[in-house]
Write a new protein. Structure first.
Length: 172
């Protein structure tokens, strides 16, 4: 009985695909890092959504909530793409912490202007990482991953644009 439980915990979860082991490993690895970044960006965006204050509270609060919803929608698609490639994906907050490149912000107070600027820069960094991952997917002929990334790039560019325009005339 104990042997059965152990074998279930170590079962091969590799989903067959035609990309090859190296392609699957490289693309899935990049997607897992992207997933960690997206989860970290989601929490940072929600953090700022919950803690924004000031004369533009309602506008910023709604903007950040919309952006967090958009970011959150990426997570399941990324994780499922990793599984389709035959790899395992993020399992815990600790796993996210080990992989994420988006830095947390645990400050007690952040000005609305700084919130918008920080999220804008985080989204710009995410764009760079997505473009690199798109190149990796292209190199391996993974058109499904490349296609998903193209949509996420467009959404992220829109978030950068909105954060830039919204933050253009904000007061500290």
């Amino acid at each position: 009985m104990a042997k059965d439980a152990k074998s279930r915990r170590t079962a091969n979860l590799a989903t067959p695909n035609d990309l090859g082991a190296n392609a699957s490993k490289e693309v899935a690895g990049g997607l897992n890092i992207l997933l960690a970044d997206v989860i970290a960006l989601y929490f940072k965006t929600k953090n700022f959504h919950w803690h924004v204050s000031g004369p533009h509270f309602r506008d910023y609060h709604l903007l950040l909530d919309d952006q967090a919803t958009q970011i959150d929608a990426m997570t399941d698609v990324i994780a499922e793409r990793v599984r389709k490639l035959g790899a395992g994906t993020i399992k815990s907050i600790g796993h996210v912490k080990r992989l994420q490149r988006v830095l947390d912000n645990d400050a007690d107070y952040v000005t609305p202007h700084d919130m918008l600027a920080e999220l804008r820069e985080d989204n710009k960094e995410l764009l760079k990482h997505m473009r690199i991952l798109h190149e990796v997917a292209d190199e391996h002929g993974d058109i499904a991953t490349a296609s998903l990334i193209e949509n996420w790039v467009d959404e992220t560019e829109q978030r950068v644009w909105f954060l830039f325009e919204t933050g253009r005339h904000t007061e500290g």
